[in-house]
Design a protein around this ligand. Structure first.
Ligand code: SF4
Length: 388
């Protein structure tokens, strides 16, 4: 018999499920705590639930993690999991420990339809949206695995970034209940400031998120003008920079933080020149969006035809931005030895969108990558993966 995976529900959904079983809604809170706070999946362990309810649950419901295909642990403590989501699709989640926090980078889709040039997920194409349960299962598994692994009784994961595979705002219906479970005090109780949705710029959904479930927002900007961003982030043709920044401004009225984080992947000779920094400064001044910039070292992969900007150029870029009064950080790479720096996930999906063909079509007739602004000869690319 098909039974329902209770990871699919936020508290409201679980209450409705309990009502269908003829139970009072408040039973859902007890059940929700058992599942998310204590990591329980066996209803017989849930001793403060009435026996009759436990028996009903045993025949109608289950709590299921995603099968783990692989787990890799870096020298620096970063852990990357590859989860099987069926039919040949796999998604990744990464735990990044730091002195004052533990961050889990979570996937929202198997693949991605946006097709950013610098992103290995984008090059793989899109298979399907994850369900709420598949999004939550990454956190549920990681949190309770890590408590045992690190022998900790208290919470290990303090921050979640929706920065894994997929464009979370193109899977909005599944995303919002998942965010609610992350935030709920009866589940993970994460602060809205510590849950970040990262988007390539789905403008209408930024507005909806601001009303439905405001959390911290990161925007994958990557270019200071529409011509360049159209090439790097194709969604820009639909929602150009001015519209995107207007949406960011509106979002700030609801956001738990008083700034938007702009992610900017540093690509050698493409978007890393002083004139690009000056254009960004002008853009921020004109639009007046309160923001911080996060410069991300690119992990090259051959199909992209792109390379990582040299570190001195990244630092010079950051200095120009900082001197103009824009808070700018350079992201530390983590988990390099397992190819798992935050937001650099590859996974493995059945492409249902012919992304490889579309990407190839964006190359020159000679089969060479389109080069936007090359400042100097490039060394050979090294294997790797990159997103955002
Ligand atoms: S960077 Fe994000 S939005 Fe762009 S292709 Fe990759 S996963 Fe999709």
């Amino acid at each position: 018999m098909n039974t329902t995976n209770l990871l699919e529900f936020d508290l409201e959904g679980l209450a409705a499920f309990c009502e269908k079983l003829g139970e009072k809604r408040f039973r859902a809170t007890q059940l929700y705590r058992w599942i998310h706070q204590r990591g329980a999946s066996d209803f017989s362990q849930m001793t403060d639930l009435a026996k009759a309810l436990r028996e009903k649950l045993a025949t109608t419901a289950h709590v299921a993690a995603l099968p783990v295909i692989s787990q890799q642990e870096s020298k620096d403590g970063t852990i990357k999991w590859l989860f099987d989501v069926g039919q040949g699709d796999a998604v990744e989640a990464v735990f990044i420990p730091e002195d004052d926090r533990g961050t889990l980078c979570v996937s929202s889709q198997a693949g991605c339809a946006v097709g950013c040039r610098f992103c290995s997920t984008g090059h793989q194409g899109f298979s399907r949206n994850l369900t709420t349960g598949e999004i939550v299962a990454q956190l549920w598994f990681a949190e309770h695995f890590l408590r045992k692994h690190l022998q900790r009784d208290e919470r290990v994961i303090s921050n979640v970034v929706m920065m894994g595979m997929g464009e979370p705002l193109q899977n909005y219906a599944a995303l919002v209940p998942a965010l609610r479970t992350m935030l709920d005090d009866n589940a993970y109780g994460l602060s809205r400031r510590r849950v970040t949705v990262s988007t390539s710029g789905v403008v209408p959904m930024i507005d909806r998120l601001g009303h439905d479930c405001p959390v911290a927002l990161a925007v994958s900007l990557h270019a200071p003008n529409d011509a360049l961003r159209n090439d790097l982030v194709p969604l820009n043709r639909k929602y150009p920079i001015a519209e995107l920044l207007d949406a960011c401004q509106r979002y700030l009225a609801h956001a738990p933080r008083d700034f938007i984080t702009f992610e900017y992947c540093m690509l050698d000779g493409v978007n890393d020149q002083p004139e690009h920094a000056l254009q960004l400064i002008e853009l921020v001044r004109t639009q007046g969006v309160s923001c911080k910039f996060n410069l991300i070292p690119f992990n090259p992969f051959p199909a992209s035809g792109l390379l990582r900007s040299p570190q001195p150029r990244v630092l010079a870029f950051a200095r120009l931005m900082s001197e103009a009064g824009i808070v700018t950080t350079v992201r530390k790479t983590r988990g390099d030895d397992i190819d798992a720096a935050c937001g650099q996930l590859a996974g493995d999906v059945q492409d249902r969108t012919r992304a490889a063909e579309r990407m190839a079509a964006r190359r020159s007739p000679a089969g060479q990558p389109v080069v936007l602004h090359r400042s100097r000869p490039r060394p050979a690319a090294t294997p790797g993966a990159m997103k955002r």
